[in-house]
Design a protein around this ligand. Sequence first.
Ligand code: CS2
Length: 505
Amino acid sequence: MDRLHPTSLHQLPSDIAVPRYERDALRAGIVHLGVGAFQRAHLAVVTEAALHATNDLRWGIVGVSLRQADTRDALRPQAGLYTVAIRDAGEDGAPRETLQVVGNLLDVLVAPEDPEAVLQRIAHADTRIVSLTVTEKGYCHDPATHALRWDHPDIVHDLAHAAAPRSAVGMLVRGLQRRKARGLGSVTLLSLDNLPANGHTLRGLVLAFADKVDADLAAWIVAACTFPNSMVDRIVPRTTAADRERISARLGVRDAWPVLGEPFLDWVVEDRFAAGRPDWAAGGARFVDEAAPYETLKLRMVNGTHSALAYLGAMAGLATVDRAIAEPLLRGYIDALMREEIAPTLPPLPQLDLDAYRARLLQRYANPALQHQTRQIAMDGSQKLPQRLLGSVRDRLNADQPIERLALAVAAWLHYLRGVDEAGRAHEIQDPLAGALAEAMAQADQASQGVADAQAAERRRVEVFTRLTPLFGDLAAQPRFVAAVARGTQALRERGVFGTLQALC
Ligand code: CS2
């Protein structure tokens, strides 16, 4: 089978969308750090729509992988072309798939192999936007305070090695340092990660690092760069070998690196671009003055319930989100969690029909064609829980409102951290703080040992565990929080996921 490539595009069936702009004339206006599946199914798709709508050829993308070479190795032989498969199910439940070949990825650089090439790209005259999807842990910060972790090995390394940064923050600052030295103009730094105030957070981290390097550089960044906040939403599960086979068969040429996504896509972004931007509205982006209310809505409703579903589902042996949400008890819990405990904490969004948003979300989770793994979402809990669940907890405690369902989601994470599901199957805890979490768990178990009363012992355990301040911050000292999480962990251990949910109804 031929490979997907500009020279094989003419062989594709006519129902598959392909780039219609002059690809050879495309310039790299965007450098994207973290060129994973999410960026290729979101930013690149919206950018492709903008290119088709305007034919403004300044907006090609150069992707950067900060760790692995696999994306570059797969996409170079395809000259950067790849397929986006949008999947859902028809009325009969059978999977449906729409394919589009995206052409705006001009190159993929692999930072560990050639950091110089990445710095040169950031400091290139064509570059107007540097965007990022490096996941929560890629920011090397304390999730509770958003402060840069000066003790993070990559940050320590990057302060000492100006020419070969490893972290996203180090790469950005050293790249901007070159821009400044070359007398190049403004640039927008655009975080597309699931962090609250993602632009603002990135700005704080970049300026902290830059200030350590050179105070003039920090001042230059303040004057030359903008950091718009944004909310991004599209479910993008990991691509499997079976996906690659199926998509290649339909294309009639082999695509080694396609991505999948749901039909839903939302992107709300602050319109503060220092050096222009593509006409992303053509791809459905919404430009606003302030993204914060949309971010809170999305992080708490979508990501908060996603994590809850992931931990409870994985512990109950439910491998995918659609199977988990098909369980009436889990669906009822997630629905009530949104309706009763999360929705009341949300900032007002006058145009939003929250009931419709909730119903739509449950429908998105039920999409059987995505096969989104609960264990994939369960990763990196220490970096996710603060903005997904703990903000809602905090708001409700302050308002003196019940937190039973939110606390159960946190308890489900603790339950999951034991590393074995309810059927005794082991799972690996993938988390940048895995070591600290295991240690906190062991200390918690030890502290509860001498306590005779089961309830008091559980409270003691949770109390000791929640002393992990980078995560829990002030919640550690909140007796109502500790007690509610302890009721959850005890119930989960004694009655399992379904027994616990039954009792909650
Ligand atoms: C998920 C998100 O993996 C996860 O943690 O909750 O990636 C989620 O699918 C997206 O944020 C949806 O927009």
